[in-house]
Design a binder for this molecule. Structure first.
Ligand SMILES: *Cc1c(COP(=O)(O)O)cnc(C)c1O
Length: 430
């Protein structure tokens, strides 16, 4: 199976120890299922490796844009992780979940003045400053509030992580951050260092998402450490925090590779310690910001089949009761997924089809070219590895309400996010 929390028992798909057809029956479809223990295990895998290889000051930040709702912040908070937030909405959700906001890092390439003020009022620990205009906006608002705001500067190391273009962010021409290669990052530092209501704690970079290549983080870390050495020698600046961003890839299909994350962290730590010693820079507290690899394999989506359309001599379509409204990733990135018929896991896969959603859009595809057993209206389908960037990217297109999220744990099942009602859909219409 594609993940260890998926099993087959008596021909039926089990997820996190629960029969998935039974859950679909109990809670209705479309339905997001999330495996709490898997989220916790992923958090521990990261934080254990970070502490073992980078020391006690290293911290894992969960990039909460991957899946943002109250229960997630409670879980990662209780595991001792910090978080990334990118909007007032994520900050509000984390605050309502009683997350310790001093461990929150506020990202984004266009924080509005209202966002900046709200983040300060919410006690957000660190701002990751994206650009010079934002630097001055933070300075002015912090001055007005009579506080000194801790910050990191987001810089771009100019690395191509060999991932899908839309998720590569560390290149020189990215909309995120300020480039080191053009000399602008040094200017950025000088502006920041001169501001009295800003306390500069360190630097941040993020090379991209779905990174599988071996040496991407080493290449980024090398450029960052060299930049740290330059700031140290030229200005006497001590970088206390070096945040290397997120992005380790996950497996969406059996045929794809698996990243051995603890091993990668240990190799990265060895590389960085050697280089820091050579460059004679004090070793910073290192942070990583995984989103996808914390929650992706903790998610599974359940659908009910509505129709099986056979276009003779062409292709077959299986339509489900969800689609790009709950999972837009195929429409956006042509993402791979593994689809199961959870009630008949051992039946022969004789139906070659595209699994499509119910939205009025031809690209509303969950996954093309899948082989499934014969299906008919009322049968269930399950899509694996949907914990990241599915609910978080859900929309109301065609006025389809958002699906609910059920949290599964060894102690039982519970609703983490209720299914949206039709009345909730129109509550702001006047
Ligand atoms: C998206 C993002 C992450 C998380 O990326 P994943 O691929 O989900 O691990 C981390 N940091 C920043 C700045 C991001 O934009």
């Amino acid at each position: 199976m594609i993940a260890t929390n998926l099993k087959i028992r008596d021909g039926v798909l089990e997820f996190a120890g629960y029969s998935t057809p039974a859950l679909a029956k109990k809670y209705g479809t479309p339905l997001y299922l999330m495996d709490e223990q898997r989220i916790r295990d992923n958090c521990r895998m990261y934080q254990t490796a970070m502490n073992e290889f980078f020391g006690e000051h290293a911290l894992t930040l969960y990039a909460s844009k991957a899946a943002s709702f109250k229960r997630i912040y409670e879980i990662v908070g209780s595991e001792g992780l910090g978080i990334d937030v990118v909007s007032s909405g994520e900050i509000h959700t984390a605050v309502k979940a009683c997350f310790p906001m001093e461990k929150a890092f506020f990202h984004g390439n266009n924080k509005t003045d209202a966002d900046i003020a709200f983040a300060m009022e919410s006690g957000v620990g660190y701002f990751v400053v994206d650009n010079v205009e934002e630097l001055y906006a933070i300075e002015h608002i912090a001055e007005r509030k009579g506080i000194v705001q801790r910050c990191l500067l987001r810089v771009t190391p100019g690395i191509d992580p060999h991932t899908y273009d839309a998720v590569a962010t560390g290149k020189v021409d990215s909309k995120f951050g300020v480039a080191i290669g053009t000399g602008q990052a040094e200017e950025f530092y000088n502006y920041a260092a001169a501001l009295p209501h800003l306390q500069l704690e360190g630097l941040h970079c993020h090379v991209g998402s779905m990174v599988f290549d071996e040496d991407v983080y080493e290449r980024a870390a090398q450029i960052m450490l060299e930049f740290i050495a330059l700031l140290h020698q030229k200005y006497g600046f001590e970088t206390k925090i070096l945040d290397l961003g997120g992005g380790y890839g996950v497996r969406y299909r059996e045929s794809e590779g698996v990243v051995d994350i603890p091993y990668r962290i240990s190799a990265l730590a060895d590389f960085m310690k050697d280089l820091a010693a050579k460059l004679e820079v004090p070793f910073p507290a290192v942070m990583l910001e995984p989103g996808r690899s914390i929650v992706a394999d903790a998610g599974l989506t359940m659908y009910t089949v509505g129709s099986v359309k056979r276009i003779k001599g062409y292709k077959n379509y299986v339509s489900v009761d969800g689609g790009m409204t709950d999972n837009p990733r195929y429409a956006l990135y042509k993402s791979n997924y593994t689809v199961f018929a959870p009630e008949r896991m051992e039946a022969p896969p004789t139906l070659h089809c595209d699994v499509v959603g119910r939205c009025c859009e031809s690209d509303d595809i969950i996954q093309p070219d899948v082989w499934l057993p014969e299906l008919r209206r009322g049968d269930l389908l399950a899509v694996a590895t949907t914990g990241a960037y599915n609910y978080a990217m859900a929309s109301h297109y065609n006025r389809i309400p958002n699906a609910s999220i059920i949290m599964l744990s060894p102690k039982g099942t519970s609703i983490a996010v209720k299914r949206e009602t039709l009345d909730q859909m129109i509550k702001n219409d006047v």
